[in-house]
Design a protein around this ligand. Structure first.
Ligand SMILES: [Ca+2]
Length: 188
């Protein structure tokens, strides 16, 4: 009689307490090191005056170029960023939404959910579906999405949380400019 032993692999599961961002004052993960596990309203108050590289472990983060979660934003997922040169961000939030759900967003040609619309479940270059530089409002049906000003995930970014409805892009400086959208999905 044979007995088989199956290898048991630990399930890679990042608990909330393991989610963090480590910020370095110099490139290549050098210089002053500061670690954050929670939202930061004002990085300057935390002594962060220079950001030249960082590492993200676990959940993604959205960083803002003004304090109090305002100004232009950028979204970063888990990984190493050894030479960051997009400028110092002044506040940031951890993205705690469940990224394991099936994402879906509806984007509209006009404000207040008017005109033509498209419903998307995957990363999409909007120019490929004749919807580039057109959108003026959206409804996030599910999942967490990032909208981009330009194709190939370039230009200004906008984080869109599950259930969020934005009726008028004119009010957020995003009217008729978005060219690319993608859902944040779980890496595990
Ligand atoms: Ca429009």
């Amino acid at each position: 009689m044979s007995v088989y032993y199956y290898p048991v692999y630990a399930v890679q599961q990042t608990s909330a307490s393991e989610n963090k961002i480590i910020i370095y004052s110099e490139a290549g993960f050098n210089g002053r090191i500061t670690e954050f596990k929670k939202n930061v309203l004002n990085l300057e108050e935390k002594g962060i005056t220079q950001i030249s590289s960082f590492q993200i472990i676990g959940a993604p983060w959205v960083v803002y170029f003004e304090k109090n979660y305002t100004g232009n934003q950028m979204i970063f997922e888990e990984g190493d960023y050894p030479s960051y040169d997009k400028g110092r961000f002044l506040s940031m939030k951890i993205i705690t939404e469940d990224l394991g759900v099936k994402p879906e967003i509806q984007i509209f040609e006009d404000t207040n959910y008017g005109g033509k619309s498209v419903t998307l479940q995957h990363e999409t270059n909007l120019h490929n579906i004749n919807f580039g530089d057109t959108a003026s409002s959206h409804k996030v049906i599910s999942g967490t999405w990032v909208l981009y000003e330009h194709v190939d995930r370039q230009g200004k970014q906008l984080l869109c949380l599950p259930g969020q409805e934005v009726p008028n892009y004119c009010e957020i400086g995003f009217n008729d400019v978005i060219s690319h959208v993608r859902p944040l999905v779980s890496k595990s």
